[in-house]
Design a binder for this molecule. Sequence first.
Ligand code: GLP
Length: 245
Amino acid sequence: MIGMDIIRARDYEDMSLKAAGIVADLIRKKPDAVLGLATGSSPIGLYKALIDMYQRGELDMSGVTTANLDEYVGLSPDNEQSYRYFMDHYLFDHVNIDKARTFVPDGMSEDADAECRRYEALLSKIGERDLQLLGLGLDGHIGFNEPSEAFSDVTCCVELDQSTIEANKRFFSSAEEVPGKAYTMGIGTIMRAKKILMVVNGEAKAGILEKVMRGPVCPGVPASILRFHRDVTIVADEAALSKCL
Ligand code: GLP
């Protein structure tokens, strides 16, 4: 399967538990691991599984450092739709991580170019990510790297495609409220992580997952570049893998 390790899960819960097991094993082996984290509905179950392990006394996150993939431009950390809020709500507030070592791009920065440079420098400073968690956008985006003519290199400020605004409006009261721009790690930034773990579920992602795994590696399908990474694990449920059987 072209260098990608595919783990087949029955459903969302099974996917979440299997992927959480990979993250937890890494943290147990390397308590000061640096993790690249993702938002969206795909990783919520994985985060819940990590919280459950922590509550059962099976996981210690006190030494872990995290850096998130992306953030909407113009949303403050106390805005419920911001990715900082998401991370606090779905993971950080419920485990023993030191929040001072959890990083998300600053959606409120006045200077977009400066924020991109600051975040990229911060990623270098905290050290290589041992694992980068990813979801998969319906159009093949990772982070907020939308289909385009070229793969982006470093952290950048991007305009969101209308299809992404449509897909993400479920978290807002209307499509008009979805910010049109976001900060995102670049494809190059993502590819520098030592290991990539992607979680994909549901029939709606079956078509794009097939393109990611079998189609040409091209910037029109940003996640296809993962095939050139040496250590990628995709944990996907049967519905998402239904076109790759
Ligand atoms: C957003 C995020 C991505 C995420 C994608 C898929 O656009 N920026 O990081 O992978 O949504 O979301 P979901 O997991 O809800 O399908």
